[in-house]
Ligand binder design. Structure first.
Ligand SMILES: [Zn+2]
Length: 161
């Protein structure tokens, strides 16, 4: 699933700089629904810094400022129990506004990355639901995946706070 936010950049439009949430939007440019002029589009995306198999850190840019086309903040989640040099995952989250949401997302991305057997595909955020839970699985497999997912969440430091 591809998630994006489009912004109208026409100053005269009532929707100027108001984010429009877009799902599976694959066009290169955004067209405002009100004034029909072209706008800015930000796709949720990410990439691995190198090809090392273990991820130690997730850096998630959030709080997008459409007037200046910059992400105002970055949330960093790092597993300090790992020694040596490992991989870092960089991502941008145009929908994420608060530090609490950003840390939660970064943490769940790091947890998901640590469960994945392959490096994530470029520009596609690892998503636990998509990588581990499938409605097409037989019920017993689905239930097992769901339990594993619940356990991985309960071990998370954020869910205990
Ligand atoms: Zn507009």
């Amino acid at each position: 699933m591809k998630r994006s936010v489009g912004y109208c950049i026409n100053r005269g439009c009532p929707l100027y700089l108001q984010g429009a949430f877009l799902l599976n939007y694959h066009k290169k440019s955004f067209e405002c629904t009100r004034c029909k002029s072209g706008g800015d589009i930000q796709h949720e995306s990410g990439y691995a810094q190198n090809d090392k198999p273990i991820f130690q850190e997730v850096r998630l840019s959030y709080d997008y400022d459409p007037a200046n086309c910059v992400y105002r903040s970055i949330a960093v989640i790092r597993d300090e129990s790992l020694t040596g040099i490992h991989n870092v995952y960089h991502c941008i989250a145009p929908m994420t506004k608060t530090d609490k949401q950003a840390l939660k997302s970064a943490e769940s991305i790091l947890a998901t990355l640590s469960q994945m057997t392959e490096l994530p595909t470029k520009n596609e955020l690892p998503n636990w639901y998509e990588s581990r839970l499938s409605w097409d699985d037989p019920p017993e497999i689905y239930e097992k995946s769901l339990v594993e997912w619940g356990e991985s969440l309960s071990k998370s430091p954020l869910s205990q706070s």
